[in-house]
Design a protein around this ligand. Structure first.
Ligand SMILES: *Cc1c(COP(=O)(O)O)cnc(C)c1O
Length: 396
């Protein structure tokens, strides 16, 4: 007899997310199964988290070995998994130092604190950070304040101050908003939650130059774009622009909760005692994240993303031609949005569910596709035929 988990959720869990009516109990590669044994192709991957696929053996092995060795000791001591993860991330990025925490929002909190300390030390107490409208930086108060979407802010007023929001992909707005009190510009290389918005070719390069000319920091929130999602290990490589500070989370742990912020040497303004975390850099999560990062590097997962990007582009362009109801396709790597001419995304997601494909309702008129980065052509091909079948149902 199966338990009614949806009733139990309704009774006990705070209602903060409109969930899809599916209880997921198992995952393997690009697939998940519900509690009735129904199989789905997963194009949500835990919100761009399961980059190396569900139940990846390299990760489960690392977790199990680490769990049998050491779960946690505080940052009062050195731990090996933390330092192995620090080394692999710094050696494979343009940044020099790392601090490891537990989530994306925490990574951004840390990055913001680091920038403020930098301003105190080097820029005559400058503390203001310029961020973009439609950005998403997380759910803790400072990250909510950084996020350029009033719907996440208004109900929590008063929220922390110190942010100026400008239109994304508009250098002039950043220039106009910069003053003696500005310490940093903080952007996602591609806006994820805000709609999969891709900046024009030179935007980030020009922002970099503006920051250099004004002695202010450039922070990239790569919580969603990092670890291969855009077809390079880090999103900044796609745009050929190096940030001073970069934040990571989502795909970093291959499924376990972990985040990090990295900085170039000149931006490492913290002194002992300025920042910390009980669980940050925890042995278990770091062992998983190290295994995941090593897997991405050794198995050339990023090459698969480039290959699949071409396939997605071709297929989605065809699908757009086939269906009048599609307004626009946006995307890069394995992060894609399909925007419709009307608000059909809830219905479409639901029909796709029934047909065995999980997608993310991004906006009332848009869905997001973000499969594991290990997804193969035959799986994606199946997914696109389910998508077509589901669109057929809505088109007539
Ligand atoms: C998801 C996300 C966050 C927040 O990460 P959490 O782990 O949910 O706190 C921050 N920034 C970006 C770009 C994200 O996509």
């Amino acid at each position: 007899m199966s338990t009614n988990w949806q009733e139990i959720e309704k009774k006990y869990y705070m209602f903060v997310v409109k969930r899809q009516p599916i209880v997921i109990v198992k995952g393997d590669g690009s697939y998940v199964w519900d509690d009735n044994g129904k199989k789905y192709i997963d194009f949500t991957s835990g919100w761009a988290v399961n980059n190396v696929g569900h139940s990846n053996k390299a990760i489960s092995k690392a977790i199990s070995e680490q769990a049998n060795t050491l779960l946690q000791t505080s940052n009062q001591f050195y731990t090996v998994p933390q330092l192995k993860l620090a080394e692999i991330l710094v050696e494979n990025s343009c940044l020099d130092k790392i601090f490891i925490c537990n989530s994306g929002t925490e990574a951004n909190e840390g990055a913001i604190k680091l920038a403020r300390k930098f301003g105190k030390k080097n820029l005559n107490n400058a503390h203001e950070i310029i961020t973009a409208f439609n950005s998403f930086h997380g759910r803790t108060m400072m990250s909510v304040a950084a996020t350029g979407q009033p719907k996440y802010q208004d109900i929590f007023q008063p929220i922390p101050t110190g942010f100026k929001h400008v239109d994304y992909n508009n250098l002039e707005e950043i220039k106009k908003s910069t003053n003696d009190n500005t310490v940093a510009v903080m952007l996602e290389p591609v806006q994820g939650e805000g709609g999969v918005n891709i900046p024009s070719k030179d935007y980030l390069k020009n922002v970099r130059k503006w920051c250099d000319d004004n002695g202010i920091l450039l922070i990239f929130d790569e919580v969603q774009t990092g670890l291969g999602r855009l077809g390079k290990l880090f999103g900044y490589e796609v745009f050929d622009v190096e940030p001073d500070i970069m934040t990571l989370a989502k795909g970093l742990g291959g499924g376990v909760p972990i985040g990090a912020f990295l900085a170039k040497e000149h931006a490492c303004a913290f002194d002992p005692g300025d920042h910390g975390s009980t669980f940050g850099g925890n042995a278990l999560t770091c062992a998983a994240a190290f295994a995941s990062t090593e897997y991405i590097l050794n198995e050339k997962v990023v090459d698969n993303v480039s290959k699949m990007e071409k396939y997605f582009k071709e297929e989605l362009n065809l699908i757009q031609k086939e269906y009048e109801i599609i307004d626009q396709i946006r995307g890069m790597g394995l992060l894609w949005a399909i925007q419709f001419k009307s608000e059909i995304s809830a219905d479409l997601v639901s029909i796709c569910n029934d047909n065995g494909l999980l997608t993310n309702p991004l906006r009332p008129n848009a869905i997001r596709l973000m499969p594991p980065l290990t997804v193969e052509i035959n799986e994606a091909s199946k997914a696109f035929s389910i998508l077509r079948k589901s669109l057929d149902k809505l088109s007539n």
